[in-house]
Structures are given as C-alpha cells and as structure tokens.
Unconditional design. Structure first.
Length: 125
C-alpha cells in the first residue's frame, strides 16, 4: 500500500482517507457500494469505452441508508467520502473527475470510469 502524504490530499479529507483504508463503517461501505455501481455501469458498455458516472450525494444517501445503518450516513459525510476516494486514488480533477454545483449550491460528482480509474480505485481499497 502506498502512503498518502498530507500535501497530496486536502487536510479535512485526510481523516476520511484513513477511515476508508482501515475499512471503517460507514465510509468503507459507501466506497464499496460506489465501486460496485461504477463497475456495473462500465461493464454495460462492454468495458471498451469510457463512461461518465454521476453521483448525487443526496440520492446516494437515500439509496444507501437501508443498506448501511449508521447515523454517520449524512450528505456531508458522503461528499467528503467521495472526495477522499477520488484524491486518495490520485485521480486528477478535470481529467479523471469533475464537480458541478447546482443553482441551489448542491454538488454532483462526475467520474470518468474506464479501466485505469477502476484499477486505481480497486488498488486504493
């Protein structure tokens, strides 16, 4: 496992990176759920092209609350967990993922899912 240096990950997310790496619930569970969903969407394309996977944290919270019973499953924690995954895997903003903001201030995360990004995420876990 490669070491995560504090300078590579924004300070508030460092704790989330360690929580994911040390398989703490619900953070690790959220990441596993996302990775499985991304793999399913990627396999639907035949694994030959790139697909954009969009994550709406509020919708994800509703989907995952039944599967992961924890009071820590909040929109804020989901957003931070997603960012910790992306930065912890050393995905590059703008190239491998991007974030959009709605007029109401909510964020959506868009990940370019291909063989490279999937292998980086699997390696992170």
């Amino acid at each position: 496992m490669s070491e995560i240096r504090v300078g590579e990950v924004p300070i508030p997310l460092v704790n989330y990176v360690f929580l994911i790496k040390y398989r703490r619930s619900p953070y690790y569970d959220i990441v596993q759920y996302l990775l499985k969903e991304m793999e399913v969407h990627y396999e639907k394309t035949g694994g030959s092209s790139e697909v954009i996977y969009t994550i709406n944290p509020r919708v994800l919270q509703e989907e995952i609350e039944d599967k992961v019973k924890s009071e820590k499953v909040t929109t804020v924690n989901i957003c931070r967990t997603i960012l910790a995954l992306l930065y912890g895997c050393k995905l590059r903003e703008g190239e491998d993922f991007y974030v959009t903001t709605t007029s109401g201030g909510r964020r959506n995360y868009h990940i370019k899912v291909n063989s490279k990004t999937l292998s980086l995420m699997r390696g992170f876990l």
